[in-house]
Design a protein around this ligand. Sequence first.
Ligand code: MSP
Length: 472
Amino acid sequence: MTKKYITTAIPYMNGDPHIGHALDYCLADVCARYYRLRGDEVRLQAGADEHGSKIWQKAIDSGISVQNFVDTKTEAFIKFIQKLGIKYTDYVRTTDTEHEKRVQEIWQRLADHIYLDTYEGWYCTGCERFITNKEYEENNGVCPDHLKPYEKLKEENYYLRIADFKEEIAAAIEKDEMLILPEFRKKEILKLLADSPDVSISRPRTQLEWGIPVPGDDTQVMYVWMDALANYITVLGYPEATDFTEWWPAAAQFVGKDILRFHAIIWPAMLLGLGLPLPKVLVSHGMVLADGQKMSKSIGNVVNPTEVIDRYSLDAFRYYFLRHIDTFADSDFTWEKFENAYNNELANDLGNLVQRLAAMCAKNGIALEREPDLALDEKYIQLMDKFEYARAFDYVWELVQGLNKRIDDEKPWVLAKNGEMEKLKTCLNGIVTDLLNTNQMLQPFIPATAEKLKEIFAGKIEPPKQPLFPKN
Ligand code: MSP
């Protein structure tokens, strides 16, 4: 049994959870369930990013204390993660005293790579990122993601000397020792890394007081990304906990493509500065869009996953989200696309298959004669091991459709009508066995449905009283 540590990005607690946040969680949850299925011991982290100027400003605007503000948001996020059926084992808030203490320890251990200098340039509060002059010019002074003008900063900051680690990081990326997925992002990141200046890792307290104090300098607080990236190891009890030594490096870290650069440049620099191994894989997913557009409250095209789950079911949401939202590319979530997939695929392909198969078994008094071996298909394993979850799910769905075709071809109802009972038994046993094998591969994606299917076909077979996916 191997230990596998999986992480998700910790969202900013400046707003409410939305459908985009669900992607990190769902992909990491599939990964965790798949590894468990393979017999690994898994730890899945989640958490809340609670510092930085974005949150501080939002809290001030809403007129409540910053701590109260983040407490409320964090509560909403925890509910959201639970609603998505995510089985996380660890949760970290960056305002936890434990986390703060450990991040200060990290800072001190990185001291040889940190220096003080004056920063004069641009900042985007939306991205919580220092912007180079080149980017400022390319974007005409306005952040393309947040559509807000960059802010001018002139301040004294501590810097992390990225130059100390560039070669080692580049080599790890090139040799896939820190594998970046999808592959095509590798080049992009190598270019960003080559051009990366040293990064500012603090802000003067006069500009921003909401952050972890820099050890030994009361006038500065840590830059939010320095604090947030550390969560992946503070939650394991870095530096002293045996849990940390047992579980690090991470088997996979899931992040959106928008924040891959922080994870592929600053994060490895921090780890190398601490003398720690790099994560094995960085999986960067695409964005969830609505009709090709960014979802936004002002456009009014925001789909709330909670509404989908309440109206249809958690597995209906997970089904669409994990199969029709591509693992790596940007994809659409619209009600229309969701409802089509629900009716044509979940209700027809799977719901009807289970219903008619169980009904035929029940009617003819047929029960499984041998436990299925529940082996996973080679092709499925290959795709899952490469984090190609949407493609793996497509493959499993082809198997589901193949079972429907098999029933149509083998016509068990004709065998029943002709009284060919032995043949009927063999036919239905074969199909149920293959369905249960296929079901095992569905389990990481739609776990509640997989559980129901197991119950339906165990012992005396009874068709479900309610359809698995009632049509709307
Ligand atoms: N706080 C940082 C992450 C720190 S990790 C050490 C942050 N927060 S975020 O709230 O902006 O984003 C959290 C995660 O949600 C990121 O992986 C981000 O890519 C993802 N998404 C936010 N909106 C998204 C979509 N519309 N679609 C898909 N994922 C997106 O970045």
